[in-house]
Design a protein around this ligand. Sequence first.
Ligand code: PLP
Length: 447
Amino acid sequence: MRVVHGGMDGAVRVRSTRAQDGPDVTLDDAILAGLAPDGGLYLPVEVPELPPDWRASTSLADLARRVLAPWWGDDEDEIAPLLSEALDFEVPLRSLPHGRWLLELFHGPTLSFKDVGARTMARLAGRALARRGGEATVLVATSGDTGSAVADGFSGVPGVRVALLYPAGRVSDVQERQLIQARPGVRAFAVEGDFDACQRLVKGAFVDPRLADAGLTSANSINIGRLLPQMLYYLWAALLLEREHGRADAPYLVVPSGNLGNLTGGLLAAATGMPAAGFLAAHNANRFVPDLLSGRAAIGDAPATVATLSNAMDVGAPSNVERLWHWYGEGLRDRIDAVSVLDAPTLERMRITAAEDGVVVCPHTAVGLEGLARVRDLRPELAGVPAIVLATAHPAKFSASVLRATGREPPRAAALDASFRERTRVEPLPAEPAALREALLDDGWRA
Ligand SMILES: *Cc1c(COP(=O)(O)O)cnc(C)c1O
Protein backbone atom coordinates (compact mmCIF):
# COMPACT_ATOMS: atom_id res chain seq x y z
CA MET A 1 0.00 0.00 0.00
CA ARG A 2 1.43 3.33 -1.09
CA VAL A 3 0.42 6.72 0.32
CA VAL A 4 -0.20 9.34 -2.36
CA HIS A 5 0.83 12.84 -1.33
CA GLY A 6 -0.86 15.95 -2.62
CA GLY A 7 -4.04 14.41 -3.99
CA MET A 8 -4.94 11.42 -6.10
CA ASP A 9 -5.74 11.56 -9.79
CA GLY A 10 -8.76 9.33 -9.50
CA ALA A 11 -10.47 6.99 -7.09
CA VAL A 12 -8.69 4.46 -4.86
CA ARG A 13 -8.47 0.95 -6.29
CA VAL A 14 -8.29 -2.17 -4.19
CA ARG A 15 -6.73 -5.61 -4.61
CA SER A 16 -7.23 -9.02 -3.01
CA THR A 17 -4.70 -10.11 -0.38
CA ARG A 18 -4.34 -13.31 -2.45
CA ALA A 19 -3.52 -11.65 -5.80
CA GLN A 20 0.06 -10.56 -6.51
CA ASP A 21 -0.53 -8.22 -9.46
CA GLY A 22 -4.24 -7.57 -9.60
CA PRO A 23 -6.81 -7.37 -11.04
CA ASP A 24 -7.59 -4.15 -9.20
CA VAL A 25 -11.22 -3.21 -8.67
CA THR A 26 -13.08 -0.09 -7.62
CA LEU A 27 -14.15 0.52 -4.03
CA ASP A 28 -17.79 0.31 -5.08
CA ASP A 29 -17.31 -3.15 -6.60
CA ALA A 30 -15.40 -4.31 -3.52
CA ILE A 31 -18.19 -3.10 -1.23
CA LEU A 32 -20.86 -4.90 -3.22
CA ALA A 33 -18.78 -8.10 -3.41
CA GLY A 34 -17.57 -8.29 0.23
CA LEU A 35 -15.01 -11.04 -0.29
CA ALA A 36 -12.74 -11.16 -3.38
CA PRO A 37 -13.57 -13.98 -5.83
CA ASP A 38 -10.30 -15.74 -4.90
CA GLY A 39 -11.36 -15.81 -1.24
CA GLY A 40 -8.97 -13.01 -0.23
CA LEU A 41 -9.76 -9.69 1.45
CA TYR A 42 -9.58 -6.35 -0.31
CA LEU A 43 -6.88 -3.83 0.62
CA PRO A 44 -6.21 -0.48 -1.09
CA VAL A 45 -3.34 -0.43 -3.58
CA GLU A 46 -2.66 3.19 -2.75
CA VAL A 47 -4.29 5.59 -0.32
CA PRO A 48 -4.71 9.36 -0.27
CA GLU A 49 -2.75 11.25 2.37
CA LEU A 50 -4.93 12.99 4.99
CA PRO A 51 -6.08 16.39 3.76
CA PRO A 52 -4.13 19.15 5.56
CA ASP A 53 -7.32 20.71 6.97
CA TRP A 54 -8.64 17.60 8.74
CA ARG A 55 -8.12 19.10 12.21
CA ALA A 56 -10.51 21.93 11.32
CA SER A 57 -13.48 19.52 11.17
CA THR A 58 -16.51 20.55 13.20
CA SER A 59 -18.26 17.16 13.45
CA LEU A 60 -17.67 13.51 12.65
CA ALA A 61 -19.71 13.92 9.45
CA ASP A 62 -17.66 16.98 8.46
CA LEU A 63 -14.45 15.03 9.07
CA ALA A 64 -15.86 12.13 7.03
CA ARG A 65 -16.54 14.45 4.11
CA ARG A 66 -12.98 15.84 4.10
CA VAL A 67 -11.24 12.49 4.63
CA LEU A 68 -13.33 10.03 2.61
CA ALA A 69 -14.29 12.05 -0.48
CA PRO A 70 -10.79 11.70 -2.03
CA TRP A 71 -11.04 7.91 -1.71
CA TRP A 72 -13.81 7.96 -4.31
CA GLY A 73 -12.28 10.77 -6.32
CA ASP A 74 -15.64 12.43 -5.72
CA ASP A 75 -16.63 15.94 -5.18
CA GLU A 76 -17.09 16.46 -1.47
CA ASP A 77 -20.55 17.82 -2.21
CA GLU A 78 -21.61 14.57 -3.77
CA ILE A 79 -20.72 12.28 -0.88
CA ALA A 80 -21.42 14.72 1.97
CA PRO A 81 -25.22 14.20 2.35
CA LEU A 82 -24.82 10.44 2.62
CA LEU A 83 -22.13 10.78 5.28
CA SER A 84 -24.15 13.31 7.29
CA GLU A 85 -27.13 10.98 7.28
CA ALA A 86 -25.03 7.99 8.42
CA LEU A 87 -22.98 9.78 11.08
CA ASP A 88 -25.64 11.80 12.86
CA PHE A 89 -24.80 10.86 16.46
CA GLU A 90 -22.35 12.14 19.07
CA VAL A 91 -18.92 10.56 19.64
CA PRO A 92 -17.66 12.26 22.82
CA LEU A 93 -14.21 11.87 24.35
CA ARG A 94 -14.50 11.52 28.13
CA SER A 95 -11.46 12.01 30.34
CA LEU A 96 -10.53 9.53 33.06
CA PRO A 97 -7.80 9.93 35.71
CA HIS A 98 -4.19 8.92 34.94
CA GLY A 99 -3.93 10.28 31.41
CA ARG A 100 -6.67 8.06 29.99
CA TRP A 101 -9.62 8.96 27.80
CA LEU A 102 -12.68 6.96 26.73
CA LEU A 103 -13.93 7.46 23.20
CA GLU A 104 -17.67 6.75 23.50
CA LEU A 105 -18.59 5.05 20.24
CA PHE A 106 -21.94 3.75 21.48
CA HIS A 107 -24.36 6.62 20.99
CA GLY A 108 -25.68 5.37 17.64
CA PRO A 109 -29.08 3.70 17.23
CA THR A 110 -27.96 0.15 18.18
CA LEU A 111 -25.50 1.29 20.88
CA SER A 112 -22.21 -0.16 19.63
CA PHE A 113 -19.33 1.17 17.53
CA LYS A 114 -20.58 -1.03 14.69
CA ASP A 115 -23.19 1.65 13.88
CA VAL A 116 -20.39 3.84 12.44
CA GLY A 117 -19.22 1.26 9.90
CA ALA A 118 -22.58 -0.35 9.15
CA ARG A 119 -24.57 2.85 8.63
CA THR A 120 -21.93 4.37 6.39
CA MET A 121 -21.34 1.20 4.42
CA ALA A 122 -25.09 0.73 3.88
CA ARG A 123 -25.39 4.10 2.23
CA LEU A 124 -22.23 3.65 0.17
CA ALA A 125 -23.51 0.26 -1.00
CA GLY A 126 -26.90 1.77 -1.83
CA ARG A 127 -25.19 4.43 -3.93
CA ALA A 128 -22.99 1.86 -5.69
CA LEU A 129 -26.05 -0.24 -6.45
CA ALA A 130 -27.99 2.71 -7.81
CA ARG A 131 -25.09 3.47 -10.16
CA ARG A 132 -24.72 -0.12 -11.29
CA GLY A 133 -28.42 -0.98 -11.33
CA GLY A 134 -30.02 -4.08 -9.84
CA GLU A 135 -30.91 -5.22 -6.35
CA ALA A 136 -29.01 -6.86 -3.53
CA THR A 137 -29.87 -9.09 -0.61
CA VAL A 138 -27.56 -8.72 2.36
CA LEU A 139 -27.26 -12.02 4.20
CA VAL A 140 -25.80 -11.93 7.72
CA ALA A 141 -25.28 -14.55 10.41
CA THR A 142 -25.07 -12.79 13.74
CA SER A 143 -24.67 -13.54 17.41
CA GLY A 144 -23.97 -10.09 18.76
CA ASP A 145 -23.92 -6.47 17.70
CA THR A 146 -23.36 -6.85 13.96
CA GLY A 147 -26.86 -7.97 13.02
CA SER A 148 -28.77 -5.09 14.53
CA ALA A 149 -26.27 -2.49 13.31
CA VAL A 150 -26.48 -3.88 9.76
CA ALA A 151 -30.29 -4.14 9.86
CA ASP A 152 -30.60 -0.58 11.12
CA GLY A 153 -28.02 0.67 8.61
CA PHE A 154 -29.55 -0.90 5.52
CA SER A 155 -33.23 -0.55 6.37
CA GLY A 156 -34.80 1.82 3.89
CA VAL A 157 -31.81 1.89 1.51
CA PRO A 158 -33.37 1.55 -1.98
CA GLY A 159 -32.63 -1.70 -3.82
CA VAL A 160 -31.32 -3.48 -0.72
CA ARG A 161 -33.03 -6.07 1.48
CA VAL A 162 -31.58 -7.77 4.51
CA ALA A 163 -31.86 -11.32 5.89
CA LEU A 164 -30.55 -11.77 9.45
CA LEU A 165 -29.91 -15.25 10.81
CA TYR A 166 -29.41 -15.70 14.54
CA PRO A 167 -29.34 -18.79 16.78
CA ALA A 168 -32.76 -19.09 18.46
CA GLY A 169 -32.54 -18.98 22.25
CA ARG A 170 -28.79 -18.24 22.26
CA VAL A 171 -28.69 -14.46 22.21
CA SER A 172 -29.52 -12.20 25.15
CA ASP A 173 -32.99 -10.64 25.50
CA VAL A 174 -31.64 -7.23 24.65
CA GLN A 175 -29.77 -8.50 21.60
CA GLU A 176 -32.83 -10.42 20.35
CA ARG A 177 -35.05 -7.44 20.86
CA GLN A 178 -32.74 -5.32 18.71
CA LEU A 179 -32.54 -8.02 16.03
CA ILE A 180 -36.27 -8.65 15.63
CA GLN A 181 -37.43 -5.06 15.70
CA ALA A 182 -39.65 -4.74 12.58
CA ARG A 183 -37.79 -2.71 9.95
CA PRO A 184 -38.76 -2.11 6.31
CA GLY A 185 -36.81 -4.42 3.97
CA VAL A 186 -35.46 -6.56 6.82
CA ARG A 187 -36.37 -10.15 7.78
CA ALA A 188 -35.05 -11.80 10.93
CA PHE A 189 -34.79 -15.60 11.02
CA ALA A 190 -34.49 -17.43 14.35
CA VAL A 191 -32.49 -20.48 13.29
CA GLU A 192 -33.06 -23.75 15.12
CA GLY A 193 -29.36 -24.32 15.78
CA ASP A 194 -26.22 -22.62 17.11
CA PHE A 195 -24.19 -19.76 15.63
CA ASP A 196 -22.03 -22.17 13.63
CA ALA A 197 -25.20 -23.57 12.04
CA CYS A 198 -26.18 -20.01 11.03
CA GLN A 199 -22.77 -19.44 9.49
CA ARG A 200 -22.92 -22.74 7.60
CA LEU A 201 -26.31 -21.76 6.16
CA VAL A 202 -24.95 -18.40 5.00
CA LYS A 203 -21.81 -19.88 3.46
CA GLY A 204 -23.92 -22.55 1.73
CA ALA A 205 -26.29 -19.93 0.28
CA PHE A 206 -23.39 -18.02 -1.30
CA VAL A 207 -22.35 -21.08 -3.33
CA ASP A 208 -25.88 -22.42 -4.03
CA PRO A 209 -26.34 -22.30 -7.84
CA ARG A 210 -30.10 -21.90 -7.41
CA LEU A 211 -29.45 -18.64 -5.57
CA ALA A 212 -26.97 -17.35 -8.17
CA ASP A 213 -29.45 -14.69 -9.34
CA ALA A 214 -30.51 -13.61 -5.87
CA GLY A 215 -27.87 -10.85 -5.67
CA LEU A 216 -26.54 -12.09 -2.32
CA THR A 217 -23.90 -9.99 -0.59
CA SER A 218 -22.37 -9.87 2.87
CA ALA A 219 -21.90 -7.04 5.32
CA ASN A 220 -19.65 -8.57 7.95
CA SER A 221 -16.53 -6.92 9.25
CA ILE A 222 -14.32 -8.14 6.40
CA ASN A 223 -16.10 -5.73 4.03
CA ILE A 224 -13.84 -2.79 3.19
CA GLY A 225 -16.93 -0.57 3.24
CA ARG A 226 -17.00 -0.95 7.02
CA LEU A 227 -13.26 -0.47 7.52
CA LEU A 228 -12.95 2.92 5.83
CA PRO A 229 -15.49 4.74 8.04
CA GLN A 230 -13.82 3.12 11.06
CA MET A 231 -10.74 5.28 10.36
CA LEU A 232 -12.76 8.37 11.11
CA TYR A 233 -13.28 8.13 14.85
CA TYR A 234 -9.56 7.65 15.50
CA LEU A 235 -8.95 10.99 13.77
CA TRP A 236 -11.91 12.50 15.59
CA ALA A 237 -10.45 11.35 18.93
CA ALA A 238 -7.02 12.85 18.15
CA LEU A 239 -8.72 16.09 17.17
CA LEU A 240 -10.85 16.28 20.34
CA LEU A 241 -7.85 15.40 22.50
CA GLU A 242 -6.11 18.50 21.24
CA ARG A 243 -9.11 20.82 20.91
CA GLU A 244 -10.95 20.01 24.15
CA HIS A 245 -8.21 18.61 26.36
CA GLY A 246 -5.15 20.55 25.21
CA ARG A 247 -3.06 17.50 24.39
CA ALA A 248 -1.38 17.70 20.99
CA ASP A 249 0.97 14.75 21.56
CA ALA A 250 0.31 11.52 19.67
CA PRO A 251 -2.01 9.18 21.62
CA TYR A 252 -1.66 5.48 22.36
CA LEU A 253 -4.80 3.76 21.05
CA VAL A 254 -6.41 0.86 22.88
CA VAL A 255 -8.83 -1.25 20.84
CA PRO A 256 -11.06 -3.98 22.37
CA SER A 257 -10.69 -6.56 19.59
CA GLY A 258 -12.34 -9.63 18.15
CA ASN A 259 -12.25 -9.88 14.37
CA LEU A 260 -9.86 -6.86 14.22
CA GLY A 261 -11.97 -4.74 11.89
CA ASN A 262 -11.88 -1.89 14.37
CA LEU A 263 -8.07 -2.07 14.74
CA THR A 264 -7.60 -2.29 10.96
CA GLY A 265 -9.50 1.02 10.66
CA GLY A 266 -7.04 2.59 13.10
CA LEU A 267 -4.00 1.29 11.26
CA LEU A 268 -5.41 2.66 8.00
CA ALA A 269 -5.83 6.06 9.65
CA ALA A 270 -2.21 5.92 10.83
CA ALA A 271 -1.07 4.91 7.33
CA THR A 272 -2.69 8.02 5.87
CA GLY A 273 -0.87 10.28 8.33
CA MET A 274 -2.57 10.27 11.74
CA PRO A 275 0.01 10.55 14.52
CA ALA A 276 -0.17 7.55 16.90
CA ALA A 277 2.17 6.47 19.70
CA GLY A 278 1.04 2.85 19.20
CA PHE A 279 -1.92 0.48 19.16
CA LEU A 280 -3.04 -2.17 21.61
CA ALA A 281 -5.22 -5.07 20.41
CA ALA A 282 -7.00 -5.97 23.67
CA HIS A 283 -8.50 -9.46 23.35
CA ASN A 284 -10.47 -11.61 25.77
CA ALA A 285 -9.73 -15.35 26.29
CA ASN A 286 -9.65 -15.71 22.50
CA ARG A 287 -5.91 -15.12 22.37
CA PHE A 288 -4.79 -15.97 18.86
CA VAL A 289 -3.39 -12.49 18.17
CA PRO A 290 -1.34 -12.17 21.39
CA ASP A 291 -0.05 -15.70 20.71
CA LEU A 292 0.78 -14.87 17.09
CA LEU A 293 2.78 -11.80 18.13
CA SER A 294 4.69 -13.70 20.81
CA GLY A 295 5.42 -16.62 18.47
CA ARG A 296 3.20 -19.14 20.27
CA ALA A 297 0.78 -19.36 17.33
CA ALA A 298 1.30 -19.22 13.58
CA ILE A 299 -0.57 -17.91 10.55
CA GLY A 300 -2.96 -20.63 9.42
CA ASP A 301 -3.79 -21.87 12.93
CA ALA A 302 -7.55 -21.86 13.52
CA PRO A 303 -8.20 -22.08 17.27
CA ALA A 304 -11.77 -22.82 18.41
CA THR A 305 -13.80 -19.91 19.76
CA VAL A 306 -14.10 -19.58 23.54
CA ALA A 307 -17.28 -18.07 25.02
CA THR A 308 -16.67 -15.05 27.30
CA LEU A 309 -18.55 -12.15 28.93
CA SER A 310 -17.32 -9.82 26.15
CA ASN A 311 -19.18 -11.94 23.62
CA ALA A 312 -18.90 -9.56 20.66
CA MET A 313 -15.15 -10.30 20.73
CA ASP A 314 -15.51 -14.09 20.81
CA VAL A 315 -13.62 -14.89 17.62
CA GLY A 316 -11.19 -17.81 17.58
CA ALA A 317 -9.44 -17.05 14.30
CA PRO A 318 -9.93 -13.37 13.33
CA SER A 319 -10.34 -12.91 9.56
CA ASN A 320 -8.65 -9.52 9.43
CA VAL A 321 -5.34 -11.12 10.44
CA GLU A 322 -5.04 -11.99 6.75
CA ARG A 323 -5.13 -8.28 5.92
CA LEU A 324 -2.68 -7.22 8.62
CA TRP A 325 -0.20 -9.98 7.83
CA HIS A 326 -0.32 -9.24 4.12
CA TRP A 327 0.23 -5.57 4.86
CA TYR A 328 3.01 -5.75 7.49
CA GLY A 329 4.25 -9.37 7.57
CA GLU A 330 6.58 -10.02 10.51
CA GLY A 331 6.69 -6.24 10.97
CA LEU A 332 3.23 -6.49 12.55
CA ARG A 333 5.01 -7.45 15.78
CA ASP A 334 6.59 -3.97 15.97
CA ARG A 335 3.44 -2.24 14.83
CA ILE A 336 0.95 -3.34 17.52
CA ASP A 337 0.89 -4.66 21.08
CA ALA A 338 -1.59 -7.34 22.07
CA VAL A 339 -2.93 -8.72 25.36
CA SER A 340 -5.46 -11.31 26.47
CA VAL A 341 -7.71 -10.51 29.45
CA LEU A 342 -9.84 -13.27 31.04
CA ASP A 343 -13.35 -12.80 32.46
CA ALA A 344 -12.39 -12.47 36.14
CA PRO A 345 -10.01 -9.50 35.65
CA THR A 346 -12.54 -8.02 33.20
CA LEU A 347 -15.20 -7.96 35.94
CA GLU A 348 -12.66 -6.61 38.42
CA ARG A 349 -11.75 -3.79 36.01
CA MET A 350 -15.47 -2.96 35.61
CA ARG A 351 -15.74 -2.75 39.40
CA ILE A 352 -12.62 -0.56 39.78
CA THR A 353 -13.69 1.75 36.95
CA ALA A 354 -17.09 2.30 38.55
CA ALA A 355 -15.67 2.72 42.06
CA GLU A 356 -12.55 4.80 41.37
CA ASP A 357 -13.28 6.60 38.10
CA GLY A 358 -17.06 6.90 38.52
CA VAL A 359 -17.75 5.43 35.08
CA VAL A 360 -19.73 2.29 34.24
CA VAL A 361 -18.30 0.43 31.24
CA CYS A 362 -19.31 -2.65 29.23
CA PRO A 363 -17.15 -5.82 29.44
CA HIS A 364 -15.49 -5.13 26.05
CA THR A 365 -14.38 -1.68 27.12
CA ALA A 366 -13.15 -3.15 30.42
CA VAL A 367 -10.91 -5.57 28.49
CA GLY A 368 -9.35 -2.49 26.88
CA LEU A 369 -8.88 -0.64 30.19
CA GLU A 370 -7.35 -3.68 31.89
CA GLY A 371 -5.11 -4.33 28.87
CA LEU A 372 -3.86 -0.76 29.04
CA ALA A 373 -3.00 -1.10 32.74
CA ARG A 374 -0.93 -4.21 31.99
CA VAL A 375 0.95 -2.67 29.06
CA ARG A 376 1.75 0.46 31.07
CA ASP A 377 3.26 -1.77 33.79
CA LEU A 378 5.50 -3.43 31.22
CA ARG A 379 6.43 -0.32 29.24
CA PRO A 380 7.38 2.65 31.44
CA GLU A 381 7.98 4.81 28.35
CA LEU A 382 4.19 4.94 27.90
CA ALA A 383 3.69 6.60 31.30
CA GLY A 384 3.35 10.18 30.03
CA VAL A 385 1.61 9.29 26.77
CA PRO A 386 -2.14 10.06 26.56
CA ALA A 387 -4.07 6.80 26.12
CA ILE A 388 -7.39 6.63 24.32
CA VAL A 389 -9.50 3.54 25.00
CA LEU A 390 -12.28 2.85 22.51
CA ALA A 391 -15.54 2.31 24.44
CA THR A 392 -17.23 -0.06 22.01
CA ALA A 393 -20.69 -0.73 23.52
CA HIS A 394 -23.15 0.95 25.86
CA PRO A 395 -23.07 -0.71 29.30
CA ALA A 396 -26.89 -1.01 29.24
CA LYS A 397 -26.53 -3.71 26.57
CA PHE A 398 -24.67 -5.85 29.12
CA SER A 399 -26.66 -5.20 32.27
CA ALA A 400 -26.14 -8.71 33.74
CA SER A 401 -22.35 -8.30 33.70
CA VAL A 402 -22.56 -4.75 35.02
CA LEU A 403 -24.78 -5.92 37.89
CA ARG A 404 -22.39 -8.77 38.65
CA ALA A 405 -19.31 -6.54 38.64
CA THR A 406 -20.64 -3.43 40.37
CA GLY A 407 -23.72 -4.58 42.28
CA ARG A 408 -25.87 -2.07 40.39
CA GLU A 409 -27.89 -1.83 37.20
CA PRO A 410 -26.18 0.23 34.49
CA PRO A 411 -27.58 3.62 33.46
CA ARG A 412 -30.49 3.19 31.05
CA ALA A 413 -30.26 3.88 27.34
CA ALA A 414 -33.21 5.60 25.69
CA ALA A 415 -32.65 3.77 22.38
CA LEU A 416 -32.85 0.44 24.17
CA ASP A 417 -36.00 1.30 26.09
CA ALA A 418 -37.53 2.40 22.80
CA SER A 419 -36.65 -0.89 21.09
CA PHE A 420 -38.76 -2.72 23.68
CA ARG A 421 -41.77 -0.69 22.58
CA GLU A 422 -41.29 -1.30 18.84
CA ARG A 423 -43.25 -3.83 16.83
CA THR A 424 -41.29 -7.07 16.26
CA ARG A 425 -41.15 -9.51 13.38
CA VAL A 426 -39.33 -12.85 13.36
CA GLU A 427 -39.61 -16.09 11.38
CA PRO A 428 -38.45 -19.48 12.73
CA LEU A 429 -36.11 -21.30 10.34
CA PRO A 430 -34.93 -24.94 10.48
CA ALA A 431 -31.13 -25.20 10.05
CA GLU A 432 -31.59 -26.67 6.55
CA PRO A 433 -30.15 -25.16 3.36
CA ALA A 434 -33.43 -25.88 1.53
CA ALA A 435 -35.43 -23.92 4.10
CA LEU A 436 -33.22 -20.85 3.74
CA ARG A 437 -33.28 -21.11 -0.05
CA GLU A 438 -37.07 -21.21 -0.07
CA ALA A 439 -37.27 -18.23 2.24
CA LEU A 440 -34.83 -16.18 0.12
CA LEU A 441 -36.74 -16.96 -3.06
CA ASP A 442 -40.21 -16.20 -1.72
CA ASP A 443 -41.44 -12.68 -1.51
CA GLY A 444 -41.54 -12.43 2.27
CA TRP A 445 -40.00 -8.96 2.29
CA ARG A 446 -43.29 -7.57 0.98
CA ALA A 447 -45.31 -9.11 3.81
C1 PLP B 1 -17.70 -6.24 17.34
C2 PLP B 1 -17.30 -5.71 18.66
C3 PLP B 1 -15.97 -5.69 19.09
C4 PLP B 1 -14.85 -6.27 18.27
O1 PLP B 1 -14.60 -5.53 17.09
P1 PLP B 1 -13.72 -6.16 15.92
O2 PLP B 1 -13.76 -5.18 14.84
O3 PLP B 1 -14.41 -7.46 15.55
O4 PLP B 1 -12.36 -6.40 16.46
C5 PLP B 1 -15.67 -5.12 20.32
N1 PLP B 1 -16.64 -4.63 21.11
C6 PLP B 1 -17.94 -4.62 20.74
C7 PLP B 1 -18.95 -4.08 21.67
C8 PLP B 1 -18.33 -5.16 19.49
O5 PLP B 1 -19.63 -5.15 19.13
